[in-house]
Design a protein around this ligand. Structure first.
Ligand code: SAH
Ligand code: SF4
Ligand code: F3S
Length: 479
C-alpha cells in the first residue's frame, strides 16, 4: 500500500518536471560547460532526457573551431525543425562558441528561441523561463568580446558558471570516478587561424582557493581523477597577496587532497612552458605523466605565419627536456595541415618533427578559414582540399606507425588503470560473457586499455597486465 502511494506521488511530481535534452559539440571545455548548464537547469527543477522527441527544451552547445563543426549544428537544427512542427511548444536554446560568433544570425533561425554565449551560460535557465513565458526570442552574448580581462564585469561573469556543482557529467560514463575543473577561461594567444580568442574572450584565471575547494568537494563525492582545464592551461596565473600561483602550484595542491588519486591538465601551449610543471610531474606520482602539447606544424615559416611564438627546434628541445625530467612521459599533440602557403617542404618538416617527438597520439586537422581571424582576412586558403586530405592521411599513418612500435614497450607490463566502464564497441578479438564483459580503463599515461572484468569495477583502480598492443589501444588481463 505504502509502496503504491509512494509510486503514485513520484509519478505525479515527475509529470510536472520539464525535460531537457542536451547535445554538445566541441572540446572538453564545452563538455564541462554542458555539465554546468545541466546542473543550473536541474537546480531549477528540470530533468534530463536522452530522447530529443520527449524534451520540452533542447539545448545545443556549439563549437566554431572549424567550418565543419558549425555545419553539423545547422544540420542538427534542420532535424529539430521536424520535431518542432509536431510540437510547437518545444523550446530550442543554442549556446556556446557559435552562439557568441553568430548571435543575431542564429537567433533568426526559425527553430531557435534562445541564444547564449560562453560568458552568459549562467543566465540560460532565466532566458529559457523568459522565452517560455513571453514566447519571444532571447539573446545574451558579449558585446565586446575582447574587453580587457581586468574589467570587473568580465571577471565577475566568468566565475559565475563555475560555482555550480557538477551533478551530471555530460559524458555519463565518467560520473563515478572523474571530473573536470576549469582553472582558466579564454585565450590571449591569437594564433592566426584560431577563432577561440574571439568567442571565449581574454584569459581569466580562477582563484586557486575556488579550484581547491571544488576539488575537495569532488573528492568527497568519490571523484578519483581530476583534470584541470584551460585553453592554454600552462598560462594559469593568479596573484594573491604577494604570491603568484602557477599551474605547478595547482597540481601540487590538488594532488595533496585526500581521495584524489590522479591529476591531469589540458591543453598546454609550448610557448612559455615552465619546467616547474615537469618537476611536479616527476616528483609527484599523482600527477599523470601525460602532456597534450600541440605543435601545429614543424615548419618555422608556417609556425611564424600561425603566430605560434616558437620554432620547431625550440619545440623539440622542450620535448627533450620533458623526457629528461619525466623519462616515461606520454606526449600528445595537434597539427594543422594545409595552412595557407604550406609547401611540400613545410609538410615534410612537420612529418620530420612527428618522427623526432614520437607522439603517443596526435590529432590532425585540415585548415579551415574562420571568419574574422587574421589568416582568414590576410591569407588565401591556397591548398586544395585533396592535398589537405592526402597530408592528413599521411600524418595519421606516420603517427600510427610510431605508436605501433612504441606501444610494444608495454607488453608484459603491469599497469594501474582507472576503469571507465563497459566498452561501447566491444573488440571482436576478445570473448565476453555476462560476468566478464569487456571493460575500458585508462592508464596514467592516458592509454585506453581493454580487458575483461565485472562491470562492478567501474570507477575503481585495478592492475592489469598488457598482453597485446595496437596503435591506439592496449589489451590486457586483470592481474
Ligand atoms: N587551446 C588549444 C586548442 C584549441 S582548438 C591549443 O592551443 O592547443 C583545438 C585544435 O584545433 C588546435 O590545436 C588546432 O590544431 C585546431 N584548430 C584550431 N583552429 C583551426 C582552424 N581554423 N582550422 C583547422 N584546425 C584548427
Ligand atoms: Fe587557439 Fe592558439 Fe589560443 Fe589554442 S593557443 S586556443 S590554438 S589561439
Ligand atoms: Fe570549439 Fe569553443 Fe572549444 S570553438 S574547440 S567549443 S572553445
Amino acid at each position: 500500500m505504502l509502496d503504491l502511494s509512494g509510486g503514485f506521488l513520484y509519478t505525479a511530481s515527475f509529470m510536472q518536471v520539464r525535460k531537457i535534452h542536451l547535445k554538445s559539440f566541441g572540446c572538453q571545455m564545452n563538455k564541462l560547460d554542458s555539465s554546468l548548464v545541466v546542473s543550473a537547469l536541474t537546480e531549477q527543477g528540470y530533468s534530463l532526457t536522452e530522447k530529443a522527441a520527449e524534451a520540452d527544451v533542447i539545448v545545443i552547445n556549439t563549437c566554431s573551431v572549424r567550418e565543419h563543426a558549425e555545419e553539423r549544428v545547422f544540420s542538427h537544427l534542420g532535424h529539430i525543425k521536424h520535431l518542432k512542427k509536431s510540437r510547437p511548444s518545444l523550446l530550442v536554446a543554442v549556446i556556446g562558441c557559435m552562439a557568441q560568433r553568430l548571435g543575431d544570425q542564429l537567433l533568426a533561425h526559425e527553430v531557435v528561441d534562445v541564444v547564449a554565449g560562453p560568458a552568459q551560460l549562467h543566465e540560460v535557465p532565466a532566458l529559457i523561463d523568459r522565452a517560455m513565458a513571453d514566447h519571444n526570442k532571447h539573446l545574451a552574448v558579449t558585446g565586446n568580446i575582447r574587453q580587457p580581462a581586468t574589467s570587473e564585469a568580465v571577471l565577475e561573469d566568468s566565475h559565475k558558471l563555475d560555482d555550480f556543482e557538477i551533478v551530471h557529467d555530460s559524458d555519463a560514463n565518467h560520473i563515478k570516478s572523474q571530473a573536470f575543473i576549469r582553472v582558466m577561461r579564454g585565450c590571449n594567444n591569437f594564433c592566426t587561424y584560431c577563432i577561440v580568442p574571439y568567442v571565449r574572450g581574454p584569459e581569466v584565471s580562477r582563484p586557486p582557493q575556488a579550484i581547491i575547494e571544488q576539488a575537495k568537494k569532488l573528492a568527497a563525492q568519490g571523484i578519483r581523477q581530476i583534470t584541470l582545464l584551460g585553453q592554454t592551461v600552462n598560462s594559469y596565473s593568479y596573484r594573491s597577496g604577494n604570491k603568484t600561483y602557477t599551474l605547478a602550484d595547482l597540481l601540487e595542491k590538488v594532488s595533496a587532497i585526500d581521495g584524489v588519486h590522479w591529476v591531469r591538465f589540458i591543453t598546454s601551449h609550448p610557448g612559455r612552458f615552465d619546467a616547474s610543471i615537469l618537476h611536479v610531474m616527476a616528483d609527484n606520482p599523482k600527477v599523470c605523466p601525460y602532456l597534450h602539447i600541440p605543435a601545429q606544424s614543424g615548419s618555422d615559416r608556417i609556425l611564424k605565419a600561425m603566430n605560434r611564438g616558437y620554432t620547431a627546434r625550440q619545440y623539440i628541445d622542450l620535448m627533450e627536456t620533458a623526457r629528461e625530467i619525466v623519462p616515461d612521459i606520454a606526449i600528445a599533440g595537434d597539427f594543422i595541415v594545409g595552412f595557407p602557403g604550406e609547401t611540400e617542404d613545410d609538410f615534410q618538416a612537420t612529418e620530420d618533427l612527428i618522427r623526432r617527438v614520437r607522439y603517443k597520439n596526435a590529432f590532425i586537422f585540415k585548415y579551415s578559414p574562420r571568419p574574422g581571424t587574421h589568416s582568414e582576412k590576410r591569407l588565401e586558403d591556397t591548398i586544395p582540399a585533396e592535398v589537405k586530405q592526402q597530408r592528413n592521411v599521411k600524418l595519421l599513418d606516420v603517427i600510427s606507425e610510431i605508436a605501433e612500435q612504441d606501444n610494444k614497450r608495454f607488453l608484459g607490463r603491469t599497469l594501474q588503470v582507472l576503469v571507465e566502464g563497459p566498452s561501447k564497441k566491444p573488440h571482436l578479438n576478445r570473448a565476453e560473457n555476462a560476468d566478464h564483459p569487456q571493460l575500458i580503463g585508462r592508464s596514467a599515461h592516458d592509454y585506453i586499455v581493454v580487458f575483461n572484468g565485472p562491470e562492478s569495477l567501474t570507477g575503481r583502480f585495478v592492475n592489469v597486465t598488457i598482453t597485446k598492443t595496437a596503435p591506439l589501444t592496449l589489451f590486457a588481463d586483470l592481474t
